[in-house]
Ligand binder design. Structure first.
Ligand code: ADP
Ligand code: ZN
Length: 749
């Protein structure tokens, strides 16, 4: 941060450059210049959030430089400073500029993502905003039906409140809807909004656990390499490739301890805080009050306080998901990124950055060490390790010496041929019965929630689709029957077929609700829990399900990928993958990579206790190499096959991609604008690049907007970005047109 002598030097500067988050266009946010009024001199620094006059009104932005002279004449004065705590320091400002340039997004949007910008002083106590039903459940149910078509967001809130039970308040932030949605419900008299003061839980003090384990040889070697780099104080990146249960966590924890011992701070990134309670508990156990947990459910005040503890060095370890990369630690020594292959590290709204790349940049700026860890590294990372850009560290076996679980693949085509059309094969049924008889636990994994994936008309064959999106509605038994998993539109019951008027639907494709139903039918006495986004809508529900299963209060856990990650259930011996093809069949060049990763991850849950584990994978594509490699626990064979495929087709990591999606309420307009943009891109085309499209996006309509996509491919990201910048400078789209720019996209639908 800024030290005292620098402070006094800047105190006198009469001008400030201020970035205002005004534009949606990348590169369009050059700073505006203002005079610093005498009463603010000395209170401003880089990162200070300020209010400034703009045209007739006022707006807010951040100081990015203090200047002796001003490049433009006649500037106005800054109106006021919004917080004495700067929103970012010089290092984070450099990172923000890098993100804006790399991902072609407005600098203002990145700065906004950096932290608690205009919150003022963090208060000691925090306030939690809650919402509860103001009417009877029956009345709410009725209003819900009336709202379902017109106001799906409002209906969604009512659903959540109804699911939570009468009188139970829900945390506003956990609902993830705009405040206006709640306001409207409140105006209708359906809900009551309240604020309750909560005291941020005081971090546990004193009861730190010492590292009791003796590291094995591979762990020791990995730690030694990281420690050496920390001591050298230079930028370095390690990729820790360790099978599930190989003791990566212990290496992370000791590497962090080594950084802290050197007087440095560390950032620990996990894919999702809520899905990694054990990891957070380990960190708290080891580092006590030195840990600041940054999760999305913190109130602005709690967040601000955590920010300040890190900025002032009171806390040395920041734990967070993707945005934890912006933790304002001034003495950064180490960044650990667990499960580096996870797609949740890529942000899917502006700024569309990838946290893994931002980690590398930030570490470079701070001369810090990066430790990426995974059982199934992304192809991008492993390729970099192969080329010597990262140092590869290996943990090839489970730390406790137990074997990896045996994996058996069941060919569902044969199952059908032999007369079993059921969801569960005979083999899985048999093994499940045996596990239950032995009093052991089982996990049934299916990466799709709901009961049926979609409904088709028995008369004309049309599928029932969302009104606003080109997506089939998922059929649920609990809550509203038909739901768009994209926009939240829902219907209480299936309408007549919009194509032919018939009222005879056939449900196809199975989700977790159906698996749960089948289990209750076959094993009526087995205790079943479900873990998916529907089952854990209520705050805290996730932890409850997880704890209940761990405590042995259920025999079978049915879940989506939420249940596949990071957990350690000692009594779990059987894992059944109900349908591996859900991810395999997605129209995406990463479908196989995702399938392999998910299978390895879910298989890793089995046999982590005394008894050996068994994994059964059901599929219609048993010869696919992603499934065979997962069966053999053979990352390298998967990597080699998949790399050959990517090279042949010209996909990452051999090329870079930029995805441009042009959308508009009218299909014709979207197509025209995309065509015009495509023409400009072709005009700006540089050697070694390709412009593909425009073509309708695989999801051709979302939330009432038609979508056309262009894909740029090339060997070098810089050229692709230059083409986009040049083309955008000349592109004149109509007012209703929107453009989404995604550099190095992860989801291409
Ligand atoms: P990973 O993160 O690689 O999947 P974990 O870190 O969860 O693996 O470790 C799996 C188990 O092995 C944990 O219960 C952990 O306590 C244990 N473990 C880790 N290191 C050692 C060691 N050196 N000796 C014995 N057990 C270990
Ligand atoms: Zn929809």
């Amino acid at each position: 941060m800024v030290n005292a002598s620098e402070d006094s030097r800047k105190a006198g500067k009469p001008f400030a450059a201020v970035v205002l988050p005004l534009t949606r266009r990348p590169g369009g946010d050059r700073p505006y210049f203002y005079r610093v009024p005498p009463d603010l001199a000395g209170r401003l620094q880089v990162g200070s959030p300020v209010e400034v006059p703009l045209r007739a009104g006022r707006t807010r932005g951040w100081v990015v430089a203090l200047l002796d002279a001003c490049p433009v004449a006649d500037v106005k004065e800054i109106t006021r400073v919004l917080a004495d705590v700067p929103a970012f320091n010089a290092e984070l400002y450099s990172l923000a500029k890098w993100i804006a340039g790399t991902y072609l997004c407005p600098l203002g949007a990145v700065l906004r993502a950096l932290g608690p910008a205009w919150l003022g002083r963090p208060s000691a106590g925090a306030v939690r905003r809650a919402v509860r039903l103001a009417v009877s459940p029956a009345a709410a149910q009725q209003s819900r039906k009336a709202l379902a078509g017109r106001a799906p967001q409002q209906a969604k809130v009512l659903d959540a409140l109804l699911a939570g039970g009468p009188g139970v308040p829900l945390d506003v932030r956990a609902l993830g809807v705009d405040r206006r949605v709640l306001q409207r419900l409140s105006e209708r008299g359906l809900v009551k909004l309240e604020e309750e003061a909560v005291d941020a839980p005081a971090p546990a003090e004193g009861e730190r656990e010492g590292p009791a384990l003796r590291l094995n040889r591979e762990q020791e070697a990995a730690l030694a390499a990281v420690r050496q780099a920390l001591e050298a104080g230079r930028f370095a990146t390690f990729l820790l490739h360790g099978v599930t249960g190989s003791g990566k966590t212990e290496v992370y924890l000791r590497a962090i301890a080594a950084a802290v011992a050197l007087g440095k701070q560390a950032i620990f990134l996990v894919p999702e805080i809520a899905l990694t309670p054990q990891m957070v508990a380990s960190l708290r156990g080891r580092f006590g009050s030195e840990v600041a947990v940054l999760h999305s459910r913190l109130s602005p005040q709690e967040r601000s306080r955590a920010w300040q503890r890190l900025a002032q060095g009171e806390a040395s370890v920041a734990v967070g998901a993707r945005s934890g990369i912006f933790a304002p630690v001034p003495r950064l020594g180490l960044i650990v990124m667990d499960e580096e292959q996870e797609s949740s590290y890529k942000q899917e709204v502006v700024p569309r950055y990838h946290a893994r790349e931002a980690v590398l940049k930030r570490a470079q700026l701070a001369s810090a060490v990066v430790l990426l860890g995974s059982a199934t590294p992304s192809l991008e990372s492993y390729y970099r390790a192969e080329r010597g850009l990262y140092r590869l560290l290996r943990l090839p076996a489970r730390a406790d010496g137990r074997p990896l679980p045996s994996v058996r693949v069941v060919d569902m085509r044969q199952e059908l041929r032999e007369g079993n059309p059921a969801l569960l094969s005979r083999y899985l049924t048999e093994r499940l019965s045996a596990a239950l008889a032995r009093g052991e636990q089982a996990l049934l994994f299916l990466n799709r929630r709901g009961y049926h994936a979609f409904l088709v008309c028995r008369h004309c064959g049309a599928a029932l689709r969302c009104r606003a999106c080109d997506i089939t509605l998922t059929y649920h038994r609990e809550g509203p029957a038909l739901r768009c998993h994209y926009c939240g539109f829902s219907l209480a019951a299936a309408p007549p077929c919009p194509a032919c008027g018939a009222e005879a639907w056939l449900g196809l494709g199975s989700g977790t609700e159906r698996v749960e139903g089948e289990i209750r039918r076959y094993w009526p006495r087995a205790r079943v829990l479900r873990l998916d986004a529907d089952a854990v809508r209520r705050r805290g529900a996730h932890e409850e399900v997880y704890a209940a299963f761990r405590e042995g209060e259920a025999d079978i856990l049915v879940g989506t990928q939420m249940a596949a990650k990071g957990f350690h259930f000692p009594r779990l011996t059987l894992v059944g993958v109900v349908n591996a093809d859900v991810t395999l069949n997605l129209p995406d060049f990463r479908a196989r990579e995702r399938t392999f990763q998910l299978l390895a991850q879910v298989a890793g849950r089995a046999g982590r206790g005394e008894r050996p584990g068994e994994v059964i994978v059901q599929t219609f594509f048993p010869e696919d190499y992603s499934i065979q490699a997962a069966r053999d626990h053979d990352y390298l064979s998967f990597y080699r096959r998949e790399m050959r495929q990517r090279q042949r087709l010209g996909y990452p990591p051999f090329t870079r991609l930029v995805l441009l999606v042009v959308s508009a309420p009218a299909a014709e307009k979207a197509k025209e604008a995309a065509t015009a943009l495509g023409r400009l891109l072709v005009q700006e085309k540089l050697p070694g690049t390709m412009v593909l499209g425009p073509a309708p996006a695989p999801l051709s309509r979302l939330e009432n907007r038609y979508r056309y996509q262009l894909i740029l491919k090339g060997d070098a990201g810089g050229r692709l970005r230059q083409m986009v910048r040049q083309a955008l400078a000349a592109w004149r789209p109509g007012r209703e047109i929107r453009l989404a720019i995604d550099v190095d996209p992860i989801f291409m639908l």
